[in-house]
Design a protein around this ligand. Structure first.
Ligand code: HEC
Length: 197
């Protein structure tokens, strides 16, 4: 009985010491929250593995509709332009200024999307990725719009800037539901692949 009590007391004391040390660490600003601070390589590897498994498992039950229709991809392009280019860039620009300041960095989706199925891409865009800059778009977009974005993402790999611009021209620029747009805004703050900036 005495031995159990002593063991319990030791556990409680150790836990208390741990709480005080953790509190002291936080109070003294020991945890560096700077976005520019490098991540611990081991923590990063563990997070990437956990993220990939979580997405693959959660997206298993998502069934993709047919996505080949080019009108669907064009509708997706409009959303891509307004909400994704700012971080991920596009066939004519990569990386962007915001993208360079994020860690983990938003990948070039012309390459990145090949690693995921349609259902997984839908899941990522709908739910976002916790503790990264990747937002969730499920609250602000209908299922049809989310699938249109996936349809466009599927066309990104290997897309030339010329094809991209032709597609942009086809859909035209609508001062859309994503908020007001200034004349020429957007372009001047993106670094172009051609290196004009
Ligand atoms: C505010 C910046 C930001 C915006 C806006 C953004 N993303 Fe992301 N996205 C990220 C970051 C950062 C990651 C990397 C997350 C990680 O490494 O786990 C990411 C990851 C992804 C991935 C996974 C890619 C891979 O290879 O792992 C997809 C797909 C994606 N984003 C699609 C989109 C789409 C589509 C949009 C627009 C509807 C969008 N993102 C808007 C920052 C952003």
């Amino acid at each position: 009985m005495k031995a159990i009590l002593r063991a319990l007391t030791t556990i409680v004391v150790v836990l208390l010491v741990m709480v005080v040390v953790a509190w002291g660490f936080v109070y003294l600003g020991g945890f560096d929250v700077a976005a520019a601070a490098p991540h611990n390589a081991l923590v990063e590897r563990a997070f990437v593995a956990a993220r990939t498994r979580a997405i693959k498992v959660h997206a298993k039950s998502v069934h993709s509709p047919a996505l080949a229709d080019s009108a669907l991809a064009e509708r997706g392009l409009e959303h891509y332009e307004k909400m994704c280019v700012v971080c991920h860039g596009g066939p004519d620009r990569f990386p962007t200024e915001i993208g360079r300041g994020l860690d983990p960095a938003p990948p070039d989706l012309g390459v990145g999307v090949n690693a995921w199925t349609d259902g997984e891409l839908y899941w990522i865009v709908k739910n976002g990725i916790m503790l990264t800059g990747m937002p969730s778009f499920g609250a602000s977009h209908s299922d049809e719009d989310l699938w249109a974005i996936v349809a466009f993402l599927r066309k990104l790999p290997g897309m030339s800037p010329e094809t991209y611009h032709a597609m942009q021209e086809k859909v035209g620029h609508h001062p859309s539901e994503h908020g007001p747009e200034r004349d020429g805004a957007g372009d001047e703050h993106a670094s172009h692949r051609e290196g004009s900036h």
